[in-house]
Design a protein around this ligand. Structure first.
Ligand code: ADP
Ligand code: MG
Length: 283
């Protein structure tokens, strides 16, 4: 009996030590933002990656944590897929993109890019806590966290595990069904006492490159309406941009490829609004 008690105490101490490591490591990063959505496929990773590139261009020393265990697309989108992890006395070293963005993803732990992640809950939580506590992020200005989709256990664990989050950015498409999920994201943030920085409406309109006419394939204006209804900031609309759809494996984010596109302009406007929010919090 006594040894069971000892084991239990040791387990609790290990968790507390890990909590301290996470708190110390995260305290070195000035700002932390989580990107979430009510469901997959709405553009969370696209937005996360483009925000990271845009903030980095603005002079923020930026990192990105791909916390989507079942769809870790960030390395592919940033042109660092297939890289292996190194470690030194400071901990696990994040992979650097050519723009010097620090990237950590479960994809780096998989034997091949086609391997599915079939870990159970505790193993995923363990890996996430390693990423937070033992990756040598060092003194970043900003960490962007690409959350798992939805409002279930996994995104909940991610949001609960990151101390000092500045807030969440919610990504949605303009369709009424996607918008319903926004309400769930807002409720989740509220229940965790995490500020909602605002909503981004992605895939809002497509400008035909041939005739220049704009079509609203997934509807329009829904993101703005739900933001007003829920009294949270609306950060902007991102158009469907074919630059995001690439056949090559590298550099799928588009803002460095085509800085004059409407998509890039809108990302920059969104970044200004997010910057305003995080500056206010650090005043
Ligand atoms: N604004 C956009 N224009 C064109 N393609 C987009 C846009 N946003 C996302 N996509 C594409 O849609 C798919 C899903 O986006 P992704 O960012 O992976 O979504 P999520 O991370 O929410 O699952 C990807 O193939 C991505 O390239
Ligand atoms: Mg994704």
């Amino acid at each position: 009996m006594e040894s069971d008690e000892n084991k239990e105490n040791e387990r609790k101490i290990a968790i507390m030590e890990e909590d301290i490591a996470i708190t110390k490591n995260m305290a070195q990063i000035k700002h932390k933002i989580a990107v979430m959505s009510g469901k997959g496929g709405v553009g969370k990773s696209t937005v996360s990656v483009n925000l990271a590139v845009a903030f980095n261009q603005k002079g923020y020393h930026t990192g990105i944590l791909d916390a989507d265990f079942h769809g870790p697309n960030v390395p592919l989108m940033l042109g660092v897929e297939g890289k292996h992890l190194d470690a030194d006395e400071r901990g696990i070293l994040p992979v650097l993109t050519k723009e010097n963005i620090k990237v950590m993803s479960v994809a780096f732990l998989l034997p091949s890019k086609d391997s599915p992640v079939i870990w159970r809950g505790p193993k995923k939580t363990g890996a996430l806590r390693q990423f937070l506590g033992h990756v040598a992020w060092d003194e970043l200005d900003l960490l962007i966290v690409d959350n798992p989709p939805g409002t279930g256990d996994e995104p909940l664990t991610v949001l609960q595990s990151i101390p000092f989050l500045d807030g969440i950015v919610i990504v949605t498409t303009p369709s009424p069904v996607a918008l319903e999920d926004v309400e769930k994201c807002v409720s989740m943030a509220k229940s965790l006492n995490i500020p909602v920085i605002g909503i981004i409406e992605n895939m809002a309109g497509f400008v035909c490159p041939k005739c220049g006419e704009e079509s609203f394939i997934f509807g329009s204006g829904g993101g703005e309406r739900i933001a007003t209804k829920m009294e949270i900031p609306f950060l902007g609309k991102l158009p469907i941009d074919l630059g995001n759809v690439s056949d090559s494996d590298e550099d799928m984010h588009i803002i460095t490829q085509n800085n004059n596109s409407l998509f890039s302009q809108r990302i920059m406007e969104i970044v200004d609004k997010i910057e305003e929010h995080i500056k206010k919090r650090s005043d």
